[in-house]
Design a protein. Structure first.
Length: 281
């Protein structure tokens, strides 16, 4: 059965792949992006099943306006894909103030703007799905991605809260966590000049791996797009969907290490309980 999807960041990467695949199988897509002309070929091929609008997710008022227009034009929307993103590559000292603002405004605040704008419409229609595109970097960390991690860890905490709040309305939310994938995102990272002080640190090692092409990009973007669509088709509603061997490996290792450290401090944690609470059982 054909559905209707609203997708941000559709000029390239997962957003473009999702749009192409959905249109090919007969779905309708409301595609938003900064440069609408990037989808002229798809508009020519698929006609009015593709609704396109210019959108900068960092502009909250614009997000509300475009969402209103999309629901007015399409009637109902089954799936929201919060995909627009921006990344920086550099140690915490190297990245500029402007780059920090852009990654937080896009990945964190921009995603929040979209969720807040669509919820009244999804509640009114009594159903819907939200797919929040995060990454392995939403639960684990790598050198040179500190501000990207800040945005992704932040949006995961936000979405975990939202998922609990909207479940009674028949709305599902899944955080999608792709691993390193050759989508062009890596080459588009904002990369400030390197500081020599970080050359002989893990940040320097990761920079060299990226520069000499040995940083592994082992995941297939087409398969990731297909897995996201398959998830919606299956009607399963997990809170998180890890995609990629690196995501599975690295996030699992991070969770195991965090749990071990957490348990190691059990006695200290319990030692600060108020005496009157302990006495009362």
């Amino acid at each position: 059965m054909a559905g209707t999807w609203f997708i941000t960041g559709t000029s390239s990467g997962f957003g473009r792949l999702l749009t192409e695949r959905l249109l090919t199988r007969g779905d309708r897509v409301a595609a938003t992006l900064r440069r609408p002309e990037a989808l002229d070929d798809l508009r020519a091929a698929h006609g009015d099943r593709l609704w396109v609008s210019r959108l900068d997710v960092t502009d909250a008022e614009s997000v509300r306006h475009v969402v209103e227009e999309a629901f007015a034009a399409l009637g109902t929307i089954d799936v929201i894909v919060n995909n627009a993103g921006f990344g920086t590559f550099g140690s915490v000292e190297e990245v500029t103030d402007e780059q920090i603002r852009q990654v937080i405004d896009t990945n964190l605040l921009g995603s929040m703007h979209v969720v807040r704008a669509v919820l009244p419409h999804l509640r009114a229609q009594g159903y819907g799905r939200i797919l929040q595109v995060s990454s392995a970097g939403g639960q684990t960390t790598y050198p040179n991605f500190g501000y990207y991690h800040a945005s992704k860890w932040g949006i995961e905490g936000f979405c975990e809260t939202v998922a609990r709040e909207i479940e009674p309305f028949g709305i599902g939310l899944t955080i999608v966590e792709p691993g390193a994938t050759p989508t062009g995102f890596g080459t588009a990272l904002a990369t400030p000049p390197a500081m020599p002080e970080y050359d002989r640190t893990p940040a320097g090692d990761v920079r060299r791996a990226r520069d000499n092409g040995t940083f592994p990009l082992s995941n297939d973007p087409e398969k990731i797009a297909r897995a996201m669509i398959d998830l919606v088709d299956s009607q399963a509603n997990p809170l998180r969907l890890p995609l990629g061997s690196d995501t599975y490996r690295d996030v699992r290792a991070s969770l195991v290490a965090r749990l071990a450290e957490h348990d190691a401090h059990r006695e200290t944690a319990l030692s600060v309980i108020r005496d009157d609470v302990v006495a009362s059982g």
